[in-house]
Design a protein around this ligand. Structure first.
Ligand SMILES: Cc1cc2nc3c(=O)[nH]c(=O)nc-3n(C[C@H](O)[C@H](O)[C@H](O)COP(=O)(O)OP(=O)(O)OC[C@H]3O[C@@H](n4cnc5c(N)ncnc54)[C@H](O)[C@@H]3O)c2cc1C
Length: 485
């Protein structure tokens, strides 16, 4: 085990900031190529809370995210994340679809947003590796994106309304790929179906702590927790190391390469605090927008699925409408309030509509001048592009759910405060004038500084981002030149 109280040496080949998905998959890719003498230091701001500790405390981290950033603009907007070893893997729900090929080229296909500087095809082998590393459960049926491998675990069981949607939309409705074990083949317990996946009672969903400790246990790696990086030392156009705070004292440690993997709220904060500037740095802060609905049914019972979310509908995802309004991924659930009418308790299909948003440059992260450890998240709201699609939610659902015995559809009056999918803020691109990092996530000006995670996404589709950011971080680590330490 490579956890140490403080770094054992003054200089490392690589310092990685953060220990979530982006850090873990970057390390996995990098260590696969690096020589025996490579030395890596991981600095993680939060503590290490194993699963048992989380269950005891009934929370996945000692910290409440709301105390770690300042809100500006829309007062109802929240940003959700987890500060502890393993990052968001401790509390994520583990729904893990890929982006579709069109999501990497929205400008080309729909005339909206920007194209990514890398394509689905370039990322595909890494998607496959990440799905295997997470032992995902998923469909073996034809899928809306091309795949080179099968999911390691079979899909979860649909509920009855989902069976009917599958029959009606064989090419648009699928089992949700997820990290909640279906058979136990992953080595993790089978999902208990309790629907409290943010704090999985049986440790069934994929987390870094239960399934991806190999990069952290590698003898070339040291990890220091409760060490908050406060800046990157930059001089003469290159990164020299980092400054971190541990038990109120500031320490310096040097490195040949610095990798920032602190999520889309803190990646830009660290770059800004380190004296870097760029017209795009911190900008394009966005996430998907969630809207809850309940499809009330006349005769069919729901809730029989074998995990919390079992269906993904692509009926509103990428048709022609996406030229004028946001695409939507329809999640169908087995968790939700039962109906209040006698005898109809289970006659419902809970739905979550997940809409993409087009990044707005005014939505951005800046440094709080009163407390530079705190990002300010400026958010004036989601785009008109997204609002247009949300305005049609009721009529779209009525059309899409026609194959069911619908009695009534109830759509929430307001959108959810957060989808917990923070993106944008250090966007990638080929042109240094309009992007912060290049297509390999290397900072355009500071060539030994890498930024990984969803902060590099120039735009995002309606699908959950973590599988994509993990595949991208694995690719970045894998493509670094072979090092002999
Ligand atoms: C409740 C919830 C449910 C979710 N469900 C899903 C889902 O079903 N599907 C999906 O795709 N996504 C989901 N997500 C989103 C997912 O968790 C994130 O996309 C993912 O964690 C981002 O990975 P990351 O490695 O970039 O950042 P993180 O996982 O946030 O890791 C960043 C790490 O950096 C550390 N750090 C930050 N600043 C510093 C610093 N200055 N010094 C040192 N360390 C620092 C943090 O403590 C953290 O451990 C969910 C998120 C939440 C909160």
């Amino acid at each position: 085990m490579a956890f140490v109280k403080r770094p054992s040496q003054p200089r490392y080949d690589v310092i990685v900031i953060g220990s979530g998905f982006a850090a873990a998959f970057f390390l996995k890719g990098f260590l696969g190529r690096a020589g025996d003498r490579a030395r890596v230091l991981v600095l993680e701001r939060g503590p290490r809370w194993p699963h048992a500790r989380q269950i005891q405390a009934r929370r996945s981290s000692p910290f409440d995210a709301r105390n770690f950033y300042t809100r500006s603009g829309d007062p109802s907007k929240e940003w959700w994340f987890n500060l502890s070893f393993g990052g968001g893997s401790n509390c994520w729900w583990s729904n893990a679809p890929r982006f579709k090929p069109v999501d990497f080229a929205t400008r080309t296909h729909f005339g909206v947003g920007r194209d990514w500087p890398i394509s689905y095809t370039q990322l595909e082998p890494y998607y496959d590796q990440v799905e295997r590393a997470m032992s995902l459960s998923g469909p073996d049926a034809p899928w809306p994106f091309p795949r080179s491998g099968a999911y390691p675990e079979p899909p979860h069981r649909f509920n009855d309304p989902e069976q009917r949607l599958k029959a009606a939309y064989p090419d648009q409705f699928f089992h949700t790929p997820c990290g909640r074990s279906r058979t136990g083949a992953s080595g993790r317990p089978v999902c208990c179906g309790n629907g409290v996946c943010h704090l999985c009672p049986v440790d069934s969903k994929f987390t870094i702590q239960n399934s991806l400790m190999e990069p952290f246990e590698d003898p070339r790696v040291e990890i220091v927790v409760e060490a908050e990086v406060v800046g990157i030392d930059i001089a003469a156009g290159s990164a020299k190391g980092v400054v971190y705070r541990q038990a109120e004292a500031e320490q310096h440690v040097q490195a040949d390469l610095v990798v920032v993997a602190a999520n889309a709220m803190f990646n830009p904060l660290l770059l800004l605090r380190s004296g870097l500037s760029h017209p795009q740095l911190g900008r394009r802060l966005h996430e998907q927008v969630g809207l809850l609905a309940e499809v009330r049914l006349a005769h069919t019972d729901g809730f029989q699925g074998s995990t919390s979310v079992t269906g993904h509908g692509y009926m509103l995802y990428d048709d022609e409408r996406r030229k004028t309004m946001a695409g939507c991924l329809i999640e169908t659930w087995n968790v939700g309030l039962l109906r209040q009418e006698f005898g109809k308790w289970r006659k419902a299909l809970p739905v979550r509509l997940v809409y993409e948003d087009v990044p707005d440059e005014a939505n951005q992260v800046t440094v709080d001048p009163a407390n530079p450890s705190r990002p300010v998240a400026h958010y004036r709201g989601h785009s008109d592009y997204t609002a247009r699609a949300i305005a049609r939610a009721e009529q779209d659902l009525a059309r899409v759910m026609q194959p069911l015995d619908v009695e009534e559809i109830v759509v929430a009056k307001s959108v959810e405060p957060s989808e917990a999918h923070i993106m944008g803020t250090t966007v990638m691109g080929s042109d240094p004038r309009d992007s912060v990092v290049d297509p390999d996530c290397v900072h355009h000006q500071i060539r030994n500084l890498i930024v990984v995670g969803a902060s590099t996404f120039p735009v995002s589709g309606p699908a959950n981002p973590t599988l994509t950011l993990s595949a991208q971080a694995l690719r970045v680590g894998d493509r670094l030149e072979r090092s002999n330490g």
